[in-house]
Design a binder for this molecule. Structure first.
Ligand SMILES: *[C@@H]1O[C@H](CO)[C@@H](O)[C@H](O)[C@H]1NC(C)=O
Ligand SMILES: *[C@@H]1O[C@H](CO)[C@@H](O)[C@H](O)[C@H]1NC(C)=O
Length: 388
């Protein structure tokens, strides 16, 4: 272990003591006082992760946080002293605020041999992440990797070729090879996210190629035609399954990054094997792009009424933020109940400030008409001028 964690200085322990006694407001106050008077103790954990909602039940957690978690999240003195960019003389590494609310998961996740091999614990990591421990803490061990990895298929064959089974660590998934994933729509009962997506010869092969019956299915070419030729160059697909959208755009020389979780399937590996970029972040996290930068954001079947409405409001404004003026948000098959649409979602989407280039509403019938579910497909543009 790091020596920095053995030599706790008295003031830190005092601080932990206060933490035990205090409400979070007082904690905040104390921590700011403490922070300004503790520069002599900078190798120790200066700032403590406080847990708002868990504070009443688990005030002792701070004492039992795994050493490697403290090693990562402690404030460290910058080797060259005060840094004007940081406006600080210390460096503090970020983790999701909820990490410490799940001390058992966290302890497992952060228990490993430093410099050694990490446990094969993808499922645990993803569970922790989806509970709000996002970003996960970094670890000082080698992530589980396939034993006999083979080089990926070369471009452009990689776009539409199933990768080798040996490119994946299968522990976390029900299926243990790609053939199983390809066939699971026919052979497996029950729900799975993107159940038929791994079959590149199936439905994936025709997605977004043509506009179809109901008008809810826009084609990529139809969407691109809404903007001057060549001005859609870079973008993001939120919850993009196996990244067929990115592959189709790549065929048009447009670069798309695809966010995906690995929900009972190696989505991130598969996307990368195809030769486009996967981004392993959940829907909850602030988009890791700067304001006014992307030409297009697409999202299908992900932004829907399963997301708490207030959080969805934050998501929509975040999308607006990273789109450049004139950039477009293709909201593809958003779904909800009919009443919700009129009362909640239409006003919510309209409140953000987009121009409506397309707005198509239709029935969602796959679970039966009696549920009165509906879809919205929309093409929304961030205004070119006065978007602020
Ligand atoms: C890990 O490697 C670093 C760099 O060689 C070394 O300083 C540290 O002591 C090692 N830690 C353990 C627990 O082996
Ligand atoms: C993509 O870019 C390449 C190289 O610049 C070019 O030859 C090709 O015609 C472009 N394809 C499309 C569909 O624009």
């Amino acid at each position: 272990m790091d020596s920095s964690h053995k030599q706790k200085c008295l003031s830190t322990n005092l601080f932990f003591f206060f933490l035990l006694l205090s409400t979070n407001l007082i904690t905040l106050l104390l921590s700011s006082i403490f922070y300004s008077s503790s520069s002599s103790c900078s190798l120790n954990p200066i700032t403590t992760i406080t847990t708002t909602s868990a504070a009443s039940t688990s005030n002792h957690d701070e004492d039992h946080l795994p050493p490697e978690f403290l090693a990562f999240t402690s404030a460290y003195q910058l080797p060259f002293g005060f840094n004007t960019n940081f406006d600080s003389d210390t460096m503090l590494a970020p983790v999701g605020r909820a990490c410490t609310q799940f001390p058992v998961h966290l302890r497992h996740y952060m228990s490993y041999n430093v410099n050694g091999s990490c446990p094969d614990d993808e499922l645990l990591a993803q569970k922790l992440l989806l509970k709000g421990c996002e970003p996960l803490p970094r670890r000082r061990c080698r992530a589980a990797a396939p034993k006999n990895y083979v080089e990926p298929h070369p471009l452009p064959a990689s776009f539409w070729t199933t990768p080798a089974d040996s490119s994946v660590v299968w522990t976390a998934y029900t299926c243990k090879n790609y053939e199983c994933l390809i066939n699971r729509r026919r052979t497996q009962k029950g729900f799975d996210d993107c159940k038929d997506c791994f079959d590149l010869q199936g439905r994936e092969s025709s997605r977004w190629r043509q506009t179809q019956g109901s008008g809810l299915d826009f084609s990529i070419d139809q969407v691109l035609a809404a903007k001057p030729p060549g001005t859609i160059r870079i973008g993001l697909d939120i919850g993009g399954g196996v990244a067929t959208f990115a592959v189709r755009m790549r065929e048009r020389n447009i670069t798309i990054v695809t966010t995906s979780m690995n929900l009972n399937g190696p989505f991130n590996n598969f996307i990368a094997s195809r030769g486009v970029v996967p981004l392993y972040i959940s829907i909850s996290q602030r988009l890791p792009f700067f304001d006014n930068t992307l030409d297009i954001i697409h999202s299908m079947h992900v932004l829907s009424n399963w997301i708490p409405t207030k959080l969805l409001h934050f998501v929509l404004f975040d999308i607006y933020r990273v789109l450049r003026p004139g950039g477009v948000f293709w909201l593809d098959h958003f779904f909800c109940d009919e009443e919700q649409f009129e009362q909640v979602y239409a006003p919510l989407i309209e409140s953000v400030g987009f121009n409506k280039l397309k707005w198509v509403v239709g029935r969602k019938l796959d679970r039966g008409p009696e549920l009165r579910e509906m879809y919205l497909s929309a093409l929304l543009e961030k205004p070119l001028n006065n978007s602020w």
